[in-house]
Design a binder for this molecule. Structure first.
Ligand SMILES: Cc1cc2nc3c(=O)[nH]c(=O)nc-3n(C[C@H](O)[C@H](O)[C@H](O)COP(=O)(O)OP(=O)(O)OC[C@H]3O[C@@H](n4cnc5c(N)ncnc54)[C@H](O)[C@@H]3O)c2cc1C
Length: 422
């Protein structure tokens, strides 16, 4: 049955959910206060990796021991700003608990893999359909380590990858050097995941999708959703700062800003912004042959249309705290360490910097499914570090629920109501 679906938010999750609804023949209205895929969205500034091997949840056993370090070093790869600690504490407790045993991590890894397993093929199909095929690069993803011993320290992560069907090729010494000739001497071991790909400009890809969808009949409303009008338990309209949008179904895809909308629909979801940063260096002195992640920086180095992008770092503060641009300098220094041909201090005019918000739940799984207060409102947010990778399967799942079809995916690991038991 054709329905009118309002999709709230036009980051990657909203854009692909809207596309799946259009594919199913629904009428679609996309509600977005800014530009689809614009700089406000996490989907604009991420590492651009479409990684079908990103199965590890962020919280792992023993994490609690590292929390004092996160507080002590404001510029570390994972930092918590002191001032925000009281507000963050309940989320942090749940976060630590989510990874408190290997069994929990194994369970989360399986649920994450189910959301990413076919993502490269799905992106290929979406890009071809929307005339955006040239936005994807199929160069795989290369993880590099100072030594094999450092790689083996992440044994749990790689074991879970193997058990969940992710394969990789190991490269050592000269073999690694031949594979990625510009790599610095501090990296002597690599694990190459062939099945990954990357977007060359995630923001432009989403803008392109939005253009394609409006050609196919979707309506784009420039407005901020503020709540819902419901009668007798059913949805009547989405309220926005530009008036009400009458609709049959609504999907909350507002990324890190989804919390208040979920609350208006009956669910208190523990959702935090894991703030991240990127820099883009234009005209880099070395162009890597592959997207690379150095193990010591945990950041993605990816060639994009605007230049070489370095994206990463986690900072827990709040949605509106000021960026700490010293972090951009750290990203630049990692870039030099990874590729010594790149200047230690490139001219500032060649560097663009950005900060954005990963929409994160404590268990590194999104909140997907009907809201407790109304079956016509669906959650579609909380994809944390892997929203680009998880968006196509999440979107299909949501469209199946909207259309009353049996989704291919088991719903329980992503159910909004799972947080009640925590
Ligand atoms: C530094 C960094 C690196 C990353 N690297 C990767 C990576 O390599 N691979 C990967 O898979 N993931 C990566 N991620 C994570 C990924 O970017 C996010 O998970 C994903 O972009 C989230 O998409 P989203 O659509 O849920 O949210 P967003 O992209 O944030 O979009 C939400 C949209 O909702 C809109 N909105 C907000 N409030 C309202 C409202 N009230 N009404 C209507 N609209 C609203 C916003 O304007 C925005 O456009 C990275 C993230 C960061 C920060």
């Amino acid at each position: 049955m054709t329905q009118h679906v309002a999709v709230i938010g036009a980051g990657i999750v909203g854009a692909l959910t809207a596309l799946e609804c259009l594919r199913d023949g629904h009428r679609v209205t996309i509600v977005e206060p800014d530009e689809p895929g614009g700089e406000q969205a996490a989907s604009y500034g991420n590492g651009a990796w479409i990684n079908s091997g990103t199965i590890m949840p962020v919280s792992t056993p023993g994490l609690w021991r590292k929390v004092p370090g996160f507080l002590a070093d404001p510029l570390g790869p994972f930092a918590i700003r002191w001032r925000h600690l009281p507000r963050l504490a309940p989320w942090l407790l749940r976060f630590v608990r989510a990874g408190s045993s290997v069994a929990k991590v194994e369970q989360a890894a399986r649920a994450r893999r189910a959301l990413i397993v076919d993502n490269v093929a799905l992106y290929r199909g979406i890009a071809a359909e929307a005339g955006l095929a040239d936005h994807l690069a199929y160069d795989g993803l290369l993880y590099v380590f100072p030594s094999r011993a450092e790689f083996e320290k992440d044994a749990l992560e790689w074991r879970l990858r193997r058990e969940n069907g992710v394969s990789w090729h190991e490269l050592e010494g000269e073999e690694l050097r031949a594979f990625e000739p510009g790599l610095g001497p501090s990296y002597r071991f690599g694990a190459y995941v062939r099945e990954g790909c990357n977007l060359t400009d995630p923001g432009a890809f989403i803008a392109g999708l939005a253009g394609y969808m409006t050609q196919r009949g979707a309506t784009l409303v420039k407005a901020r959703a503020t709540g819902f009008d419901m009668a007798e338990g059913r949805l009547r309209s989405v309220s926005t700062d530009a008036g009400a949008i009458a609709c049959d179904k609504a999907v909350i895809c507002a990324g890190a800003w989804s919390g208040p909308l979920a609350r208006a629909a009956g669910d208190a979801i523990p959702l935090e912004s894991e703030r991240g940063y990127h820099i883009v260096l234009s005209d880099p002195e070395y162009a890597p042959l592959h997207p690379i992640m150095p193990s010591d920086g945990k950041m993605a180095l990816t060639t994009t249309r605007a230049g070489l992008r370095v994206a990463g770092q986690v900072e827990l503060a709040s949605l509106d705290a000021e960026p700490d641009w010293r972090r951009a300098e750290i990203l630049v220094s990692f870039l030099h360490m990874a590729f010594p041909a790149i200047a230690t201090r490139p001219d500032a005019t060649r560097i663009r910097r950005w900060m954005g918000h990963r929409p994160s739940t404590p268990d590194s799984l999104p909140s997907l499914g009907p809201a407790s207060g109304c079956p016509d409102i669906l959650h579609g947010f909380g994809h944390g570090h892997a929203g680009m990778a998880m968006a196509p399967i999440s979107a299909r799942f949501l469209a199946d629920l909207i259309g009353g079809k049996q989704p291919a995916l088991a719903a329980a690991p992503y159910a909004p109501q799972r947080f009640r038991q925590w």
